[in-house]
Every structure is written in C-alpha cells, then in structure tokens.
Design a protein around this ligand. Structure first.
Ligand code: A2P
Length: 289
C-alpha cells in the first residue's frame, strides 16, 4: 500500500489511491476517512465530480483521527472544463484549494483537453506549479497528439496522463507513448466502472490466485506500472482493493490480460472524446452532469 512511483519531476506518488467519481460530498468524506484509516495515502478528485468539499472534510477529519500530517497524503484534483483558459484557471483554482481545505495539491491535472483552451490552461498549471501550489502537474484524457501539443510548447512535461484504462480498454498507443516519454499512465475507472468485474476469464484468474476479480485487475495495473485509483463507497471493498501487495501475477497471466483489450470504452467517453465532439467539451460537461 505504500508502494510508490517516482514521477518525471522527482516527486513520489503512491501507485494505488482512492477515486471518488460519482460520489456525493457526504459519501466522499466518508470514503476518504475509511481509505486513510486503512492505509491509503492517495486521493483523486476533481471539481467536475462536485465533491471537493466532501474530500476536504474527510481529509481534515482523517488527518486528525490518524495523527497524520497533510504531507502524508498525496492529493490530486483537476481543472473543471468550464474553468479552462489562463486567468480563469488561476482564479478558480484558489477556490478549489479552499474547498479541499488545503493550501496546495500534490497533483493538478487538466481534466479534459478543451479545444482552443488546453494550451493556455497548461500555462496556468505551470504558474501554479512554479508558485508551489501544485507539487506536480499533468493531464487527463489526452490522446497522443494532444500530449505532443503540450510538450511542444512547454518545458514542463505532464507527469501523468490519466486515462480510462482497464483490461478491455487499454489505450495501448498512449501507454507506449507515455512509457517512451517517462510519463506515467494513470487509470481512471480501473474496474471499468464495475462492468469488467463480471468477466468470466478474469473470474478464472481470480479463482487461481484466490483473490477477487477487482484484486486481479488492480494487481495487473501495478505490474504494468500503471497508477490506479479504484472507487468504492463500501468500507470492505476499499480494504479489499488495497489488499493486493501479497501476491504476484505470473508474466503469462499479465500477458493473458493484456490480450483482453477490446477498445471497450464507457459510452460517454466514446461519444464525446474518442470520436470527436464537434460542439466542444463544455457541452460534454453538461452531458456528464
Ligand atoms: P461501490 O462504490 O458501490 O463499491 P471504477 O473504479 O472502475 O469506476 O469502479 C467502481 C465501481 O466498482 C463502483 O460501482 C464500485 O461500487 C465497484 N467496486 C469497487 N470495488 C469493488 C470490489 N472490490 N468489488 C466489487 N465492486 C467494486
């Protein structure tokens, strides 16, 4: 659970953390408290999730409860699509810090590559980074050409690209590009939002290792060098999802799961990102909400 990766700016980040997409404020506060109590040290949220206040509440309570300091936790949040642009990102980020009850985040990501804005948004992230209000900066849902865009105008490389990544959706071209450029791939919806858990092939592997399907998938993430942030609002699942450091998948079984890639994206994503969104991502936000 304390296994870390070293990001390309030298900052260390836990390879497993808690995700809170689709969780309300009260639920996020509770999940964060359970996770930290059970040893998680990384939390991933976003303004778009509408629960930064809940995460901030849970974090403050958990630090007190477990005699931890803010520096013991790796906190990630993301820039809301509607806030993108240079000044707007800077202004709105201050309020995100307030919601999160902290004066810095460990990692700040551009949530989606909003056409016409993401370059200016990246420049704002650079300023936030230089000002010490984010220890690392990166992106989410950027394909290879958009990653190249950022890298062509900036001396600061994204530390991660957070993508939909699970056994049936592996973004292989992005993984390869990231590996080559020392950018970590981070998996959102590592369990496929729950739908991959019913896969019979994975169930067979789970039986073989005497683990759950969720644990097999998350272990596979670790062995592929992917940062992973499973979401759960159930304490026993939060515990289970972190209990993946006492076994190892064989190389053959890792390769077996690599073979499950089917480009099977969640619907919204497929409609608005991968196949292009002619109306721009702001409409996508409304769709998401
Ligand atoms: P819940 O929050 O009710 O526990 P992802 O992280 O891929 O988006 O997946 C999250 C989904 O998987 C949620 O529906 C979550 O439900 C469920 N989930 C998370 N961990 C487990 C687990 N260990 N076993 C079964 N379902 C899980």
């Amino acid at each position: 659970l304390n296994s870390t990766v070293t990001l390309n700016n030298g900052v260390k980040m836990p390879q497993l953390g808690l995700g809170v997409w689709k969780v309300n404020n009260a639920g996020a506060s509770q999940s964060v408290q359970w996770a930290i109590k059970h040893g998680y040290r990384a939390i991933d949220t976003a303004k778009q999730y509408g629960n930064e206040a809940g995460v901030g509440d849970g974090l403050t309570k958990a630090l007190a409860e477990n005699s931890l300091n803010r520096e013991d936790i790796f906190l990630t949040t993301k820039i809301f699509n509607g806030d993108q642009g240079y000044q707007s990102t800077l202004d709105n980020f201050e309020n995100q810090l307030k919601q999160l009850q902290t004066n810095y985040v460990d990692m700040l990501l551009i949530h989606w590559p909003v056409d016409g804005s993401y370059i200016d948004t990246w420049k704002a992230l650079e300023k936030i980074y230089r000002d010490g209000k984010a220890r690392a900066i990166g992106v989410s849902n950027f394909n290879v050409s958009k990653l190249e865009d950022i890298m062509s105008i900036s001396s600061i490389k994204p530390v991660v690209d957070q993508m939909e990544f699970n056994p049936v959706c592996q973004d292989e071209d992005i993984k390869e590009f990231c590996d080559k450029n020392n950018i970590h791939l981070e998996a959102w919806s590592p369990l496929g939002g729950g739908r991959v858990l019913k896969d019979e092939r994975l169930q067979k592997l789970a039986d073989k290792y005497n683990k759950s399907v969720a644990q097999i998938i998350l272990r596979w993430d670790l062995q592929r060098g992917v940062i992973t942030i499973p979401k759960s609002v159930h304490e026993e699942r939060i515990v289970q999802n972190a209990d993946i450091f006492d076994f190892e998948l064989s190389d053959d079984d890792v390769a077996e799961i690599n073979g499950y890639d089917n480009d099977d994206r969640s619907l919204w994503y497929g409609g608005f990102f991968w196949h292009g969104n002619p109306t721009g991502y702001k409409d996508g936000v409304e769709e998401w909400d």
